[in-house]
Design a protein around this ligand. Structure first.
Ligand code: F6P
Length: 362
């Protein structure tokens, strides 16, 4: 029987996932002659045994396409899996034993797990429970995995936000308004800060720096004092005022993460309550996760996909592909789960923002 490997995409989707699937399939098939099994909807497909055979013809035309052809799920935690019981209620069960049995049935030489910190932590638990032949590819628009300088999806999200900021600049200026733009980034401000720098924002609020509302108002007064009567404010969904709580829409549980939303609206209401300026709010939401990946993400997805197959070929299991000083390298999977990579409040990016007059509220 020929060698077979598997691949799944877990957690929230992002642009570039299809590029990883394509590169894995082409390299595994053409270089090593391996079979590739695509597992549908993250770990859900492993539990439900939903698979698709991946061949070069199946992955043709995938590179520029957003989303993931395998589907994804951010509820499919195999260690707290939502199961409907006969009376209609949903309970969470540990279904990892059945997943391990299904992995054995598939007889995989290696499994490539493409995901963020949640998906990688499930992968790590399977390794601890005996299925050691796992390698990872880091993806998330939030770019918050400690293991790597860049995750697949981040640059495309930044491109989308920057385009939105450019568009908001012109309408803000025409109407002399303050435009508040809420962007994704649950606990890390990479999207917000990078986009604020590239999109010429005037205020940028990130989860790593709790903001002082007085500083924001003061920044507007200064701009208006100089005769500039519009402003662009970028707010990460995880940003909050000093002493305040996160803007949580739905509390988290074993089965899913807390859902954030409303941080931008809070800032807009604060500005409206304390000034006479006209304020409007735009929430970019899942627009940041959809559509065509930018060139950087297509290239990164391809390099990560090839690296993941190479890691399997070398027997370097328990590692993820990562970018370090511009090169694609292998890092231990623990590096992708231990702690989030946050913006350094004393780092170069924050200093650069301050040097060009972006008010960070702190
Ligand atoms: O983790 C990536 C992310 O884009 C977060 O920034 C955001 O909070 C979350 O996904 C939203 O995920 P969903 O709406 O799919 O649950």
């Amino acid at each position: 029987m020929s060698t077979r490997i598997g691949i799944l995409t877990g957690g929230g989707d992002c642009p570039g996932l299809n590029g990883v699937i394509r590169a894995v399939t082409l390299h595994a098939r053409q270089t090593f002659g391996w079979e590739i099994v695509g597992i549908r909807n993250g770990f859900e497909g492993l539990y439900e045994e939903e698979y698709v055979d991946l061949t070069p013809s199946v992955v043709q035309h995938l590179l520029p396409r957003g989303g993931t052809m395998l589907g994804s799920s951010n509820r499919a935690n195999p260690f707290a899996y939502p199961v409907k019981i006969p009376d209609g209620r949903v309970e969470t069960h540990d279904v990892s034993v059945r997943c391990l049995a299904n992995l054995a049935k598939l007889d995989l030489h290696g499994l490539i797990v493409v995901g963020g910190d949640g998906t990688m932590s499930f992968a790590q638990r399977f390794i601890q429970r005996g299925f050691t032949r796992i390698v990872g590819v880091p993806k998330t628009i939030d770019n918050d995995l400690e293991a790597t300088e860049y995750t697949v999806g981040f640059q495309t999200a930044v491109e989308i936000v920057v385009e939105a900021l450019e568009r908001l600049h012109t309408t803000a200026e025409s109407h002399e308004r303050i435009m508040v733009v809420e962007v994704m980034g649950r606990y890390a401000g990479w999207i917000a800060l990078t986009s604020a720098l590239a999109g010429g924002a005037h205020v940028c609020l990130i989860p790593e720096l709790d903001y002082d509302p007085d500083r924001i108002i003061e920044a507007f007064h200064k701009r208006h004092g100089r005769g500039v009567s519009y402003s662009i404010v970028v707010v990460a969904e995880g940003a909050k005022a000093k002493g305040a709580n996160l803007s949580v829409v739905t509390a988290g549980s074993d089965a899913h993460q807390e859902k954030l939303g409303g941080a931008g609206q809070r800032v807009a209401e604060m500005i409206a309550a304390r000034t006479d300026y006209e304020v409007r709010t735009t929430v970019l939401g899942h627009v940041q996760r959809g559509g065509r990946p930018c060139a950087f993400d297509r290239e990164l997805a391809t390099r990560f996909g090839v690296k993941a197959v190479d890691l399997i070929a070398e027997g370097a299991f328990g590692h993820v592909a990562a970018v370090e000083a511009g090169k694609v390298v292998a890092r231990p999977i623990e590096k992708a789960v231990k702690k989030l990579k946050l913006v350094d409040p004393a780092g170069e990016l924050v200093r650069t923002a301050k040097c060009v007059g972006i008010e960070l509220g702190s």
